[in-house]
Design a protein around this ligand. Structure first.
Ligand code: HEM
Ligand code: HEM
Length: 184
């Protein structure tokens, strides 16, 4: 079978659905971190006004995408390209955990604040009277931004390692698993 369309993963390459989830999430996360950087460094500028206004909506989209991606990766377990080594395996796992926990902490904080939350007009959280719920807001206040930046550090390390593997003559070019047309 020489077709490039391959929905499921194989031992040699990630399939079309895993690739779509990986690259589309990379783009959406790049936007999300651009909004975080604008909030951190360019407060009260037009750039921040534009980007930061999307942070909660895009973050909510990301938690939906990561749930789908995690389920898809479990479904493909046992027939997807094996990690090159244990640090790579742990690095991928840590990115999954952070991609889930970072928006989750923020959404729990959002709920606990008692303020209504309606991304794109969808009534996700109705809001309530009587003050905020501390045990829901405290973890997000403490950890959301720090763990968000930690995720960014892991992503940068991940990209660097992809090119390190690619540049070593006798190493496996992992980019071909996620981008190339390698068969099987
Ligand atoms: C994967 C998804 C997300 C990532 C990677 C992310 C990342 C970040 C980062 C790095 C910061 C720190 C910005 C700064 O230092 O000024 C931040 C702040 C913030 N994020 Fe997110 N975020 C995500 C999802 C969400 C969601 C879903 C919400 C709300 C529904 C949210 C609400 C906030 C708020 C209110 C702040 C400012 C307060 C704080 O620093 O904790 N984020 N986010
Ligand atoms: C937001 C950014 C990114 C995140 C969160 C991320 C996360 C991941 C994760 C969790 C995996 C394991 C396979 C999976 O379950 O999907 C993976 C694989 C991979 N990623 Fe990324 N990635 C990002 C960006 C990039 C970029 C920009 C590149 C390009 C250099 C890249 C290249 C790869 C490659 C080549 C693999 C296959 C590695 C292997 O099979 O050992 N990733 N990525």
């Amino acid at each position: 079978m020489s077709s490039k369309w391959q929905p499921l993963d194989s031992m040699a390459r990630y399939g079309t659905i895993s690739r779509f989830l990986h690259w589309s999430m990379a783009l959406v996360l790049a936007w999300q971190f651009a909004s975080a950087v604008a909030h951190w460094l360019f407060e009260d500028t037009t750039v921040e006004g534009f980007l930061w206004g999307t942070h909660k909506i895009v973050g909510t989209l990301l938690i939906a995408l990561i749930c789908i991606r995690a389920l898809w990766s479990l479904y493909n377990r046992g027939h997807r390209p094996p990690s090159l080594n244990i640090p790579a395996q742990l690095g991928h796992l840590a990115m999954y955990v952070l991609m889930l926990i970072v928006p989750l902490l923020a959404l729990v904080r959002q709920y606990g604040s008692g303020r209504a939350f309606e991304p794109l007009g969808i009534p996700l959280m109705p809001g309530f009277e009587g003050g905020s719920i501390d045990w829901m807001t405290a973890p997000g206040n403490l950890l959301h931004s720090w763990l968000g930046w930690l995720l960014l550090v892991l992503i940068v390390g991940h990209v660097v390692m992809v090119f390190v593997h690619r540049s070593r003559p006798r190493d496996e070019d992992v980019l071909a698993r996620m981008l190339g047309n390698r068969q099987n």
